[in-house]
Design a protein around this ligand. Sequence first.
Ligand code: NI
Length: 188
Amino acid sequence: MALLDIHVLGSPILRQDTERVEQITPALRRLVDDMFDTMDKAKGIGLAAPQVGRRERLAVLEVDDTRLVVINPEILVKEGSVRGEEGCLSMPEVYADVNRFARVVVRAQDIDGTWYEVEGHDLLGRCLQHEIDHLHGRMFTDRLSLLKRRAAMREWDYEKAKYPKLLRVLPVGDLPAERDATSSITTP
Ligand code: NI
């Protein structure tokens, strides 16, 4: 297992589109494993590949004890609207209320490349939308009104000074036990 450095807002990769994953290789499985470890260590509920400096179209999530990897995800169904607080591992200490679809159905591939669909509302729905945004260069603050975005960016300008290289290096120590990522991922 390995912890990956997290890119924070200002790092160009967070603003780039990702590339479709065509093949599940051992290196890709290792990346997913490391992303789960990094998300756990950072106490996040979602982490997208661009946040660890990668171009693969994939993200990992853990909501309500359900661990998911979404590879090449697409939103098939979007319904309703709900407002709720969000933060981001790439913008530590900045939180804001964001409008999202109340319910989404997402189609994605799992770590074996098998297509599946997952329905998300509440926190899972919000997290899926947030992570899929990352895969297309979007941050949650992009979805705020102009005034709220300015306020969030003022907070971030202050916080950003803590990351001169635009990288968040997680402290090593009390690492979770070695784990086989493949077996720990649940797909509905
Ligand atoms: Ni995020």
